[in-house]
Design a binder for this molecule. Structure first.
Ligand code: 3HC
Length: 312
């Protein structure tokens, strides 16, 4: 019966076991994974937009090809994740419908504008850096299709972070005073929103306790945020940029850096759809969906013809 199945499930994931698509799972486990994986996929696809703004404006052909490769990777990550989410019984059309209607979320970070070329490097360094922090533990997520998708995504993500850090290093070491100021300005604008990527404080997190019990969330929002801050302090020193937080300082007792308060009102405003670019990002996705009807119809017609030919 249901209770016995649930007890066995809890014991299995409790001791670090994995769940495959065909295994029994509580309805709530399925629901929360569909929520998280589909929103993760939406984040990858919407995340292509801020960087796309700079493909035609990249300063060299090398930087343009690197940026194009990164954006193409994000599209691929989105497809792996939509495919992983589909194994839980929802169609891609339903997931995209939820995104376009504003019902589903995507990462808050993508609702900020990319105002200069330095933003592309800072996104690679901070945004992809934060994404790696959050995604590495997901390679051990109890839902195996998600964990497998994350293994490949994490490998490509590390290239994303390195190319961003490298382009900033070039600007800081070889750039003019104005270019160095452009990097510092981008760091000032992206630092706090990058910390918000990890989600609300543990005490205000709706899903953390359940996701931790079910082996979906291996480290809490605040633990990952702290790891990220500690890593960035060293990297910022190497780059020669200042992180915009006067309260940031090493706490020997804790063995971590203390840092200032995050503006959670801003976070919830952006998550609620009222950030600088929310309307523009969603309109771009709805527009792509509508413009793409003919491509989907042609692909389906072609697939039908192939199937008829194969059956003949
Ligand atoms: N942006 C938007 N919504 C957020 C958010 C953020 N940064 N952080 C939390 N939220 C939402 C949650 O989705 C949840 O709302 P919901 O119930 O409607 O889904 C609510 O705020 C409460 O937050 P919780 O901490 O309770 O939610 P979770 O347990 O799901 O934790 C999370 C949030 C850490 C983002 C988790 O969902 C997660 O690990 N998701 C998968 C990884 C991911 O999406 N990473 C960010 C994407 S960036 C990216 O991958 C692109 C990269 O290539 C640059």
């Amino acid at each position: 019966d249901e209770a016995a199945l649930e007890t066995r499930f809890e014991a299995h994931v409790g001791e670090g076991g994995f769940i495959e698509a065909k295994d029994w799972m509580p309805a709530h486990y399925r629901k929360t994974l569909l929520r998280q994986i589909s929103q993760h996929a939406h984040s990858e696809i919407v995340g292509m937009l801020p960087e796309a703004n700079w493909v035609t404006r990249a300063p060299t052909l090398k930087r343009k090809t690197i940026l194009l490769a990164k954006i193409q990777d994000e599209a691929g990550h989105g497809l792996y994740l939509y495919a992983a989410a589909e194994t839980l019984g929802q169609s891609r059309d339903q997931m995209l419908q939820a995104l376009h209607s504003g019902q589903a979320k995507y990462s808050s970070i993508f609702n900020y504008p990319t105002l200069s070329w330095a933003d592309v490097g800072v996104i690679g360094w901070l945004v992809d850096g934060a994404a790696i922090m959050n995604q590495v533990p997901l390679t051990r997520c109890s839902y195996a299709p998600y964990a497998r998708a994350m293994v490949r995504i994490c490998r490509e993500e590390s290239f994303h972070q390195r190319q961003g850090f490298d382009s900033l290093r070039v600007m800081m070491e070889e750039g003019t005073e104005a270019q160095r100021a452009m990097v510092q300005d981008a760091v000032n604008r992206w630092w706090w929103p990058s910390l918000m990527m990890f989600g609300p404080p543990d005490g205000e997190s709706t899903h953390s306790a359940q996701s931790a019990r079910w082996g979906i969330k291996r480290l809490s929002n605040d633990e990952l945020r702290q790891k990220f801050v500690d890593a960035c302090v060293e990297q910022a020193a190497v780059l020669g940029v200042t992180l915009p937080d006067p309260q940031l300082k090493w706490n020997a007792e804790r063995g971590h850096h203390d840092f200032g308060p995050i503006d959670w009102a801003e976070f919830w405003r952006v998550v609620g759809g009222h950030g600088p670019c929310n309307r523009e990002r969603l309109a771009a996705r709805v527009n792509a969906w509508e413009e793409g009807v003919w491509v989907r119809e042609a692909a389906l017609a072609h697939a039908r013809k192939q199937a008829e030919r194969a059956a003949a």
